[in-house]
Design a protein around this ligand. Structure first.
Ligand code: SF4
Ligand code: SF4
Length: 435
């Protein structure tokens, strides 16, 4: 185990009420709402329509776009509707609504893919439907479609530095052997020489378990890197620097510095697909928050709504003030419990009215705390001021496009200024202006 140098980061209260809670299966919901866009690319076209009977793992949406991933049914049942519903970015997306029949009958063509070449491997990754399960939504196949041998380091992201969330941690505790097998499979087909499993020091049991397994199996090409117990260790710029000392330009992918990064659950899901042929149809999430009756980690079929997750997990103890999909720093507040869990969502946090009250922001006191917190060495208060003036030239000069959206600056600000929100809007304005 090595301890590492790291980019700037902050301390946040963990509040991990589900630490030590194994991932349990959720009772099958009465219906699922599966979005046809759960990735960064173009939405998929539907392959099924109301009235069709579907089976678990059946492909129900697909696209030729390189940055898209096929969508599969997470349940067996009947398609009852196609609805338009906003995703977490506010885009209106087609959702296929499927009434479950309770049988969970698998599609007949489910079988492990035959892989003889790297091209076969990348095609299999594409067929698995897996996208970055850490929240990025970048299709795994697009990430892995690289020249074999061009990457020297594979980083497996097990940092999970946001408060509340423990789903990756508990997945690592149960599936460590499969994760190691998955890492070796990826290393073999992409010809990568070394891998690092990066885990924060607040998960000593996961670090110990991987260290012991690596020693037991006499593995020499995979090591465990112990990351500081601060936020945001799991973000790609931070984790690449912590593991390799390398920095890569904002807007570029990690492969420009010879590094590939995948979330630990993405690696596990890929290994499970390669051995079973069952594409991504469920994922582990953490349900937590101060009013959740029984905080827990649950494996939920993709498309399960927040409402059905809450019902299946014992509900809430008082009126909901705020629902977050994702963690408290980077998650998105949603106005209704009808939002479905997609491939990229890893947590649902329900907060009371008292815990979700917005504190009025006050004037900047030029304390520099946001500057000291920013992993990308930006000056958040200056970017926010420039955006308030709608001075896009200044926003560009201050490199708002380098912002990774971690919201450390907003969290640390004593004036409670919504810095991250302003900088996100400023980035979008620059992008739109350039287009
Ligand atoms: S942390 Fe807040 S108050 Fe301090 S300089 Fe930054 S914006 Fe201003
Ligand atoms: S949200 Fe952007 S500006 Fe704020 S700390 Fe993170 S990277 Fe820096």
């Amino acid at each position: 185990m090595e301890l590492v140098k790291h980019l700037k980061s902050i301390r946040v209260a963990h509040k991990k009420n589900t630490a030590g809670f194994a991932v349990a299966a959720l009772p099958l919901p009465p219906e699922v709402r599966i979005p046809l866009c759960q990735h960064v690319g173009k939405p998929c076209e539907p392959l099924v329509f109301p009235g069709d009977h579907v089976l678990v793992g059946q492909k129900i949406g697909d696209s030729e776009d390189r940055l898209s991933a096929p969508v599969h049914s997470s349940v067996s049942g009947t398609v009852i509707d196609m609805i338009k519903f906003p995703d977490l970015d506010g885009n209106i997306v087609d959702h296929i609504v499927i009434a479950t029949d309770g049988k969970q009958e698998p599609a007949p063509d489910i079988k492990p893919p035959v892989i003889n070449t790297t091209a076969d491997f990348v095609a299999a990754v594409k067929a698995s439907g897996i996208v970055g399960l850490g929240g990025a939504g970048f299709p795994m196949a697009a990430k892995y479609d690289i020249m074999p041998g061009s990457i020297d380091t594979f980083i497996i992201n097990g940092a999970e530095s946001e408060p509340y969330i423990t789903a990756d941690h508990m997945t690592m505790m149960v599936y460590a052997r499969e994760i190691l097998d998955g890492i070796h499979t990826i290393m073999k087909w992409l010809r990568i020489g070394r891998s690092m499993i990066a885990i924060q020091t607040d998960k000593p049991d996961a670090i110990k378990q991987f260290d012991e397994l690596i020693a037991e199996k006499q593995i020499s090409d995979i090591s465990v890197v112990s990351l500081p117990d601060t936020y945001p260790q799991g973000e790609e710029h931070s984790i690449v620097f912590s593991c390799t000392g390398r920095r890569f330009p904002a807007g570029k992918r990690t492969n420009v510095v010879g590094v590939l990064v995948s979330n630990v659950c993405s690696v596990l899901k890929l290994q499970q697909y390669l051995t079973s042929g069952m594409p991504l149809m469920s994922r582990a999430i953490t349900l937590d928050g101060d009013i959740v009756a029984k905080p827990q980690n649950v494996e939920v079929p993709v498309g399960t709504t927040v409402r059905d997750i809450l019902e299946g997990c014992g509900g809430v103890t008082e009126e909901i003030g705020k629902i977050l999909i994702g963690g408290p720093l980077t998650g998105i507040a949603v106005p209704t419990d009808e939002y479905p869990i997609t491939k990229r969502d890893h947590a649902v946090i329900c907060l009371s009215r008292a815990a979700s009250t917005t504190i009025e922001e006050t004037a900047c006191i030029r304390c520099d705390r946001c500057v000291k917190a920013c992993p990308m060495d930006l000056v958040p208060f200056e970017i926010a001021d420039a955006w308030d003036r709608r001075d896009l030239e200044a926003v560009k000069r201050l490199r708002a496009d380098h912002c990774m959206g971690c919201n450390s600056c907003s969290f640390i600000c004593p004036a409670r200024r919504h810095l991250g929100y302003r900088i996100k809007n400023a980035k979008e304005a620059i992008r739109n202006a350039e287009q």
